[in-house]
Design a protein around this ligand. Structure first.
Ligand SMILES: C=C(O[C@H]1C=CC=C(C(=O)O)[C@@H]1O)C(=O)O
Ligand SMILES: [Mg+2]
Length: 458
């Protein structure tokens, strides 16, 4: 702590010497292990914006509170954010002795599913895309905790005054979590299930006519609770129940988008790229042998293999345009989750010179696991006929650090929380052989993890 104070004094002197008014210091240090959910929960009283991300498999989480910069790109939004991030980075004084991904200045947030979409209704508190540079970041990596402060320094301030605020933030955020009472569902409302099934039938007719080959159709469920739903308590349940999933939350003005997605869009670490093809779904069995039987059937099922193949073909093309040494296995394997299992094909590559994480996001989004094939025809159909405002559902959500490391998942198995109301989203890949009743059942299973994390249902 003494070190930050010395840094601050030095930088204030420097501002005076250079006759400048303002600069941003990003200061990282290792601290005693902290619970990321407690940090997120404790930040509620102090900050309007909060971001949570954890990837169970890699023992990694990054949580951001507050905002010192907001990046909201419009035209060519991914590249726009990339440019703004580079501009900001040239102005930050970074003090980070660690080479741990997700430490130092990190931007966090997401993008709506549709480009240029006007967000209204339940999404009114959300920008159509927003990546935030938080005021404080807690990064947990392999059992160690790091804290990064983004500290705006004005020439007229004193180091002691700035330290007071830093200490205040630490005092209120670095402490154990308090008891959280789980909300109870008092009303569950299915928004027009029959119309959704009719739409699936209509989509298969269009596929047979040759309008497109695959389209992902989503539906929304609304639930009301006996008290305001606490995003932290939902995160706590998701972390406990949904292993092998990215657990994420983005809160803006009291509305929180939260979910547990098994689907990585893309990860970059030291120029190595990982992406995931995930499409094709079956339930889990009640016994080991039943589970194995369902899994084996899924691996041979024509409709599901078709759904999956469109995703692999498109991701291969997109990744090959940005990477060398692309490695994709010939066939899918099973990815078992708590409530369902998927067909899964991992993708690896090495980023080409000059290509970045956001270049790949731009190429990939939306993959046929969320949009369809061909992309434009499927997106047109979704915009025209799907009866919901997707907002950030199925869009890229994630983080990126100053070294170009970062990861985005697709924001499925998600819910938007506002007070005691929640909207839950789930979709299904529709291909030629899709059956409306079966696809409806598939969305029911996909909604189960969020419903359960929200506190069960009536
Ligand atoms: C669009 C969703 O899932 C996608 C990801 C995996 C499997 C899918 C499927 O089998 O239909 C979907 O393409 C969702 O959960 O809302
Ligand atoms: Mg499916």
């Amino acid at each position: 702590m003494v070190e930050i104070e010395e840094q601050l004094s030095g930088l204030i002197q420097k501002l005076k010497r250079d006759q400048r008014n303002f600069m941003l210091l990003s200061y990282t240090e290792k601290i005693l292990f902290q619970d990321p959910i407690a940090f997120f929960e404790n930040g509620k009283a102090l900050f309007e914006k909060r971001f949570f991300w954890s990837s169970a498999d890699q023992d990694f989480s990054v949580v951001g509170l507050g905002s010192v910069a907001r990046l909201t790109g419009s035209q060519d939004r991914f590249m726009n954010v990339e440019e703004k991030w580079h501009e900001i980075l040239t102005t930050i004084f970074i003090e980070n002795p660690y080479t741990i991904p997700g430490t130092g200045p990190v931007i966090m947030g997401g993008f709506s599913f549709h480009e240029q979409e006007q967000l209204d209704g339940i999404w009114a508190d959300f920008e159509h895309n927003e990546m935030v540079l938080p005021q404080i970041i807690l990064t947990n990596y392999r059992g160690n905790s790091y804290i990064t402060h983004q500290i705006p320094i004005r020439v007229e301030q004193t180091a002691e005054k700035i330290m007071e605020q830093i200490n205040e933030h630490r005092l209120h955020t670095l402490k154990p979590r308090s008891e959280m009472r789980q909300a109870e569902c008092i009303l569950k409302q299915d928004l027009n299930p029959d119309a959704w099934k009719d739409l699936v039938k209509f989509a298969t007719d269009e596929i047979k006519k040759g309008s497109f080959s695959k389209v992902v159709l989503a539906r929304e469920l609304r639930a009301t609770y006996d008290q305001n739903v606490s995003p932290a308590s939902v995160l706590m349940n998701l972390v406990e129940e949904q292993h092998h999933s990215y657990i994420y939350a983005f809160e803006s003005n009291g509305t929180c988008f939260v979910g547990a997605s098994p689907e990585r869009l893309v990860k970059v670490e030291d120029n190595c790229l990982l992406s995931t093809c995930l499409a094709g779904t079956a339930p889990r069995g009640g016994t080991v042998s039943e589970d194995e039987k369902i899994g084996q059937e899924l691996l041979k099922d024509r409709k599901n293999l078709q759904e999956h193949a469109y995703v692999v073909d498109m991701i291969r093309q997109a990744v090959e345009s940005c990477c060398d040494e692309v490695d994709i296995p010939d066939g899918p394997v099973l990815l078992p989750l708590k409530n369902l299992q998927h067909l899964y094909t991992p993708v690896r590559g090495k980023l080409k010179e000059g290509k970045t994480l956001l270049h790949v996001v731009k190429q990939l989004h939306p993959t046929p696991a969320l949009g369809g094939e061909p992309r434009n025809e499927a997106l047109h159909f979704i915009r025209q006929y799907e009866r919901l405002n997707r907002g950030w559902y199925a869009g890229p959500v994630g983080w990126m650090d100053a070294s170009g490391n970062g990861e985005f998942a697709v924001a499925i198995r998600s819910a938007l929380l506002n007070g005691n109301q929640a909207s839950l989203f789930a979709g299904c890949g529709i291909v030629r052989d899709s059956d409306p009743e079966e696809e409806f059942k598939e969305t029911e299973i996909k909604l189960t993890p969020m419903l359960s994390a929200l506190g069960g249902w009536k």
